[in-house]
Design a protein around this ligand. Structure first.
Ligand code: HEM
Length: 118
């Protein structure tokens, strides 16, 4: 049985989705300001590893917990909603079906409570 990770195109597919995703994030000045001091090459790599893990692919994520990472950012629902929208767009741009995209975004949505208002 293929995992969500496989359905999104495996490692290579996920790398392309994450590229598309951060292209959109960084073009939006309500979001890009949060990444002003972030090394985006490393960020993209960490996000690929993190998504691989939560989409039932290989677990190679070596970053911090979602709680610790986003503490002090005071992220709000609106930031989260736009991030989820860009993830959905990035998945569609790489040809992922809406069914699989919804499954992926649903897993990300389940992290909301650990990311917001910290
Ligand atoms: C929606 C679900 C989200 C997921 C799955 C997620 C995931 C991650 C991951 C895996 C990291 C890397 C952690 C590390 O460096 O150890 C990270 C860092 C970061 N996230 Fe998120 N994030 C989410 C939402 C957001 C939102 C809404 C924002 C702000 C608009 C945001 C801003 C950041 C920033 C600025 C960093 C980098 C911190 C640094 O430079 O060290 N994240 N996130």
């Amino acid at each position: 049985m293929s995992t969500l990770f496989d359905k999104l195109g495996g490692q290579q597919g996920l790398e392309q989705v994450v590229d598309e995703f951060y292209k959109r994030v960084m073009a939006d000045n309500t979001l890009s300001k949060f990444f002003a001091n972030t090394n985006m090459d490393k960020q993209r790599q960490k996000q690929v590893d993190f998504f691989a893990k939560i989409f039932d692919g290989p677990d190679q994520y070596k970053g911090r917990s979602m709680d610790a990472t986003h503490t002090g950012m005071n992220l709000q629902q609106q930031h989260f909603d736009v991030i989820a929208k860009y993830l959905n767009e990035a998945l569609a741009a790489r040809g992922v079906s809406s069914e699989d995209a919804n499954a992926a975004v649903g897993r990300v949505e389940s992290l909301k409570g650990t990311i917001l208002n910290k």
